[in-house]
Structure formats: structure tokens, C-alpha cells
Design a binder for this molecule. Structure first.
Ligand code: FUB
Ligand code: ZN
Length: 640
């Protein structure tokens, strides 16, 4: 395995992009304050005072800690790029509150300190202590990097040391591992931040122990006097412990857990050079992205267990596709990309980011989706509510959720977007995402500035100005998006034959770079019709529209209700129009669709001559922007 690439730290990347900057601004000015209020109002923050007593209402939930941790992490990323003394003071206070909840032995978890202290570490399968610890570790690293303040890092290092004393291969230690993965990748971050090898060893231990026989969760269940009952059909695929990590072939179980595990595996592989772990990551990657991923980059087809199901099972109306799962796929993709720079990883990263992740937050920044379906029959949801009182998966954005994992997760991803744009190798710089802004990199001691000017994802052109401190030879590797059929390139006005410099989805421009050299990359973005694999039953006879990285959908607001009745005939012309006042400014796709003629249907339910159609205008908008104009029907896969 070649030495892995490194992402460029957030503080070296400036984003000044017409598409992303308003979204990051909304995270800073709307999302973070709104989430803070929710954390305060729901008791999540106050819980760290440890004042809850038996008999009090609203016992702190087993993973409330993680919601607060993710908010700190998001706020820290925001502070790293946009200093804000008031926000920093607020974060400092939360950090002090968390640190004050740490127990003398280093333990740090609200629920198992005040609600069920006798149950500490008694049910790793379900109870999320290691998951919460992982999120707190990620927050601690981000806070230290953004502010230089070490309070939380010191607390979490002490907690990690305590965890390392409880778990491990030695006599008297528990050979357990988390039911909800997360701590693995967090320990690698802690290791990278502190240089302490023992955190990497613990991450590796958790990866290695998973799924071994005798099964730890059987043993701990027996110790609790619990025979698993009907827990997920006693199915260890749910938490990816059905097999040792290196033997897993397919992506199973709870999708967020799976993504966090695979990310942690990739991190451990990156640090240890473990080829067998890397091979497992490649296999799992292939299974997810070739058979179990929606066109939006959403993953996890089933609400039952929030999980993966089987190959090509990608139903649209009932798609679960949790926002956190798409975010997890971005994490996994970024790690794979740094392990082996291949365009396929960046393509999936971009697909998820611009579609299945971004759909999880409203344009205003204060409403969220937990579930991101690809088709909505709003009338059915409305009637189900009325008749059956079902309210679990109503396709409307919410300010918050009882299980609030998604809102702070999307905040931390979008506020750290700068980390996904570039990577640095020994003497190459990779450009993975095209986002207007600037980067200041350090290439084996050589400061190199890069300025990206682009109106991506709406416009096709990217202009990159190279500013090495002095002229020097190195390679710039520019991603050639998999969705783009005919990219073209020029350096200082001289065309470059893309075929001659392209390798695995990147164009490698190796030369002596001088200050002010300019690269122009053109990425033609015609509207394209996309078809799903024939085994995807839900999409048979249907087409999705894509332009550049964006997947489109039809919405009731533009096309009226009952979109299943709409058809986009093969060959129907499609054009794009920039609409600055629609949905914050979007390129819409317009064309002529067909609907069945309503004439002759009065008083008739079935008709032998019922197929007559009439032309109707069809308008598609980017999927990420749906459900910002009130409730209604939505459809990605349109009958062709
Ligand atoms: O269990 C913690 C988080 O809550 C998971 O990651 C989400 O899927 C939700 O179940
Ligand atoms: Zn979530």
C-alpha cells in the first residue's frame, strides 16, 4: 500500500463559493444557534450538571451526550474558518460543563453516571457508551484544533485511557466492542492529534475483536441474564458483528453503524498498512456503491432497523436513507480516497454530498430531514396519519427530532467542508471537489497557493491559478468527474490531451509550476437521463435526470400532484434555465411530459381505452432543494 494522502486542514482552505458559502453561513448564523437552543431546551446540555435523580422526569437518554458533542464539533469547525468570540465563549461553557461531569476514574457519560450507574459497560450491544465517547473525542480534537484550548482533549484523553484499561486482550479486561461503531475512527483522530500510539492500538483492538467467537454480545447477554429476547431477530448483522471485520463481504445492518465501522477500518488500515483490512474495505465499498446505494448517494433501504437490505433492493417511497447514513458514506469515501486516490471514491463522495446529504437540511438551515425518500405520495401520508395515526415518517422537515442524530451531524459535515476539497501526497496535490476559494498548502516544505474560480455545480468551467512560493516541479491531480463524458483541459491557454494525463479518474499535470500558471478545466454538463440496473425493480421503466453532480426531482409545487401519472417520453427535449429566485437560485430542467387525458373518466374507475395522453410542461429541480415550499408529492424516478 502506498503511503496514504492527507486531507488539507480546514484552516488552510477558504471557501468563497456562490453555492456553498451561503450554506456555511446558514450553519453559522442559523443552524448552530437553533441547535444550541434545542440542546438547552430538551435538557441535553443541563444533563451534564448530573443533577438528575431517580424519580425525576425525563432521564437523560443514553446517547444525548453525542448530540452535544457533534454540536461542539460543528461549532469548532466553524470557529476554525470564521472566528466568532461569542460562539467561542458559548462553546467554552459547554466544554467546561462536560469536563465537570467527568468522574474521578475518568469515566464520562451522563446516563450511566446518574440514571443507571450500576449498568456501566453491561450492554455494549445497545447502550451506546463507546459511541458517545467517540463523538466526544472527535469534538475534543476539533475544539483543540480550532481554539488551541486543551480542556476537552485532556478530559477525553483521560477517558480514553480509562477505556483502554477496561477493554483489551489482557486478563481481567473486557474483550468487547461497541454496538454502535464510532469510537474506532475517533480513536484514530485522537492518536493523530496526540501522537499516543495506545489510542491507535485501542482502535485496532475494537476492529479486530468485532464478530469473533465466542461472541462477546452472547457473553454479556448471559451475564445480564438476558437471552437477547427478540432483539433484531437475534441477528448480529444489525451491528456488523456477524463476522470478523476482515471476513465481511456485504454491507449489512444499520447503515450509519456500517459507515462508521468501515471508516474506522480504513483509518486503522491507513495507519498500520494492514492490507487485509484494506481489502475488506474495498469489498464493502464495492457492495455498497455497486448494489446498495441510491442514485442520490442515500443508503439504508429499510426503516426496519434503519438498515441495508439486499442487493438492488432500492425502493423509492419507503427509502429510509437516513441523513447520517449519507454523511457516513462521505466519511468512508474520503478515507478510501486518501488510501488510494481513485475517482470512483470522489464521485460517490460528491454524489452523496450534493444530493442525499444536502437534502437533509432546509435552505433556511433550521429544518431537517432524518429520512430522505426518493418518492413521496403526500396524500397517502396525510391519510395514513388521519386513519392510522402514523406519524413516524412524515415527509416534512422538522426543527428537531427525539432521536436527534442528524441535525448536528449535517452541521459538522458542512462546516468542515473545506477538508474534503484537497489532499496532499508526497509531491502531488489532489483537487477532489470544485469549489470557489483558495488553499494554502505545504508540499514537502514548499508553500503552494491554489485559487479556484468556478460557479460549479451550475457552470462547467473551473479556473485554477497556481501560486507556488517559488517555481518547482510537482503534480496537480485534477478530478475528472465520472459523470462527465468530455472534460477538456488547458494550461496557460495550451490545450492538454486529457487522455494522455488521465489515470483512475484524475488528470495528472506534472511539470515545473510557476507563480500565476493557470489551468482551465471544462466539465460539460448536459442534462442526462440515468437508468438503474435492471435488477432494481423499483426503477424499472423509469428515468432519473442528472446534470453535473446534481440529481433532479419533480415536485408538486411545479408540476401539480400525482407525479406517478407523469411520464417523460424517451427523446423528449430537455433544457436548463437559471432561476435566481427559485429555491435560492437553481438551474431548473424543463421539458414536455405527458399525463393521461382526464376526459372520459367521470364516473368510471376502469377503462379499456384509458391510455390517451396529453402533453404537459415538466419542471425538475435539484433533489437537494425539495420540500422547501410546503408539503407535497415528489419523485426522482419518473416513468419513461
Ligand atoms: O443510535 C444512534 C443514532 O441514532 C444512529 O446513528 C441513528 O441511526 C439513530 O438511530
Ligand atoms: Zn441521523
Amino acid at each position: 500500500m502506498n503511503s496514504p494522502l492527507r486531507s488539507v486542514p480546514l484552516c488552510h482552505v477558504t471557501i468563497s463559493d456562490a453555492f456553498w458559502s451561503p450554506r456555511q453561513e446558514a450553519i453559522r448564523t442559523v443552524t448552530l444557534p437553533a441547535e444550541y437552543r434545542q440542546l438547552a431546551d430538551t435538557g441535553r446540555l443541563g444533563a451534564f450538571r448530573l443533577q438528575w435523580r431517580p424519580g425525576d422526569p425525563d432521564p437523560p437518554h443514553i446517547f444525548w451526550d453525542s448530540d452535544v458533542a457533534k454540536w461542539i464539533e460543528a461549532a469548532a469547525y466553524s470557529l476554525a474558518t470564521d472566528p466568532d468570540p461569542a460562539l467561542e465563549r458559548q462553546v467554552d461553557e459547554v466544554v467546561d460543563l462536560i469536563a465537570s461531569a467527568q468522574q474521578p476514574d475518568g469515566y464520562l457519560n451522563v446516563h450511566f453516571t446518574v440514571v443507571e450507574p450500576e449498568k456501566r459497560w453491561a450492554n455494549l450491544r445497545d447502550w451506546h457508551e463507546l459511541y458517545c465517547a467517540g463523538h466526544l473525542m472527535e469534538a475534543a480534537v476539533a475544539y483543540q484544533q480550532a481554539t488551541g484550548k486543551g480542556t476537552l482533549l485532556a478530559a477525553l484523553s483521560r477517558y480514553a485511557d480509562y477505556i483502554a484499561s477496561v477493554f483489551g486482550p489482557e486478563a481481567g479486561q473486557k474483550r468487547g466492542y461497541p454496538g454502535h461503531e464510532e469510537i474506532e475512527l475517533a480513536l484514530v483522530k485522537l492518536y493523530r492529534q496526540t501522537g499516543e500510539e495506545r489510542y491507535l492500538s485501542l482502535a485496532r483492538f475494537f476492529v479486530d475483536e468485532r464478530g469473533r467467537q465466542p461472541h462477546y454480545y452472547d457473553q454479556e447477554a448471559q451475564a445480564r441474564g438476558d437471552d437477547h429476547g427478540t432483539w433484531h431477530g437475534r441477528d448480529y448483522r444489525y451491528n456488523q458483528s456477524h463476522l470478523p471485520a476482515r471476513e465481511q463481504e456485504t454491507a449489512e445492518g444499520h447503515a450509519v453503524r456500517a459507515m462508521y465501522l468501515y471508516s474506522g477500518m480504513a483509518d486503522v488500515a491507513a495507519e498500520t498498512g494492514d492490507e487485509s483490512l484494506m481489502a475488506a474495505c474495498r469489498r464493502l465499498w464495492a457492495n455498497v456503491t455497486e448494489r446498495r446505494m441510491y442514485v442520490t448517494g442515500g443508503i439504508g433501504s429499510s426503516p426496519e432497523g434503519e438498515r441495508f437490505t439486499w442487493d438492488y433492493h432500492l425502493p423509492n417511497h419507503t427509502a429510509y436513507t437516513e441523513t447520517c447514513a449519507a454523511i457516513g458514506l462521505v466519511y468512508f469515501a474520503q478515507r478510501m480516497l486518501n488510501l488510494e486516490p481513485k475517482g470512483e471514491y470522489a464521485d460517490v463522495l460528491e454524489r452523496a454530498l450534493y444530493n442525499g446529504v444536502l437534502s437533509g437540511i432546509s435552505l433556511s438551515g433550521d429544518r431537517f430531514f432524518y429520512v430522505n425518500p426518493l418518492a413521496v405520495d403526500y396524500q397517502a401520508h396525510f391519510h395514513e396519519m388521519d386513519l392510522f395515526g402514523r406519524s413516524a415518517v412524515v415527509p416534512e422537515r422538522r426543527e428537531w427530532f427525539g432521536c436527534a442524530c442528524c441535525p448536528p451531524n449535517i452541521a459538522r459535515l458542512l462546516s468542515s467542508l473545506g477538508e474534503y476539497v484537497y489532499s496532499r501526497g508526497d509531491d502531488e496535490i489532489y483537487l477532489h471537489l470544485y469549489i470557489d476559494g483558495q488553499a494554502d498548502l505545504d508540499l514537502y516544505g514548499l508553500p503552494v497557493g491554489l485559487v479556484q474560480e468556478t460557479a460549479y455545480p451550475w457552470e462547467e468551467r473551473v479556473r485554477i491559478t497556481v501560486q507556488p512560493e517559488r517555481e518547482a516541479e510537482f503534480a496537480l491531480a485534477l478530478r475528472l468527474p465520472g459523470w462527465c463524458r468530455g472534460p477538456s483541459l488547458a494550461v496557460n491557454g495550451e490545450p492538454v490531451a486529457v487522455g494522455e494525463v488521465a489515470r483512475e479518474g484524475y488528470a495528472y499535470l506534472r511539470r515545473v509550476w510557476r507563480v500565476g500558471d493557470v489551468i482551465e478545466l471544462d466539465l460539460p454538463m448536459p442534462v442526462e437521463r440515468v437508468y438503474a440496473h435492471p435488477e432494481v425493480r423499483a426503477d424499472a421503466g423509469r428515468v432519473a435526470l442528472r446534470r453535473g453532480p446534481l440529481v433532479y426531482c419533480l415536485e408538486q409545487a411545479d408540476n401539480g400532484p400525482n407525479l406517478e401519472d407523469m411520464r417523460l417520453p424517451p427523446g423528449a427535449g430537455l433544457r436548463v434555465e437559471w432561476e435566481p429566485d427559485r429555491l435560492g437560485g437553481v438551474m431548473v430542467i424543463r421539458g414536455e411530459g405527458r399525463r393521461r387525458d382526464r376526459a372520459g373518466w367521470e364516473g368510471v374507475l376502469y377503462h379499456t381505452d384509458g391510455n390517451a395522453e396529453v402533453p404537459v410542461p415538466l419542471t425538475a429541480v435539484p433533489y437537494y432543494a425539495w420540500a422547501n415550499r410546503g408539503p407535497g408529492d415528489m419523485l426522482v424516478w419518473v416513468r419513461e
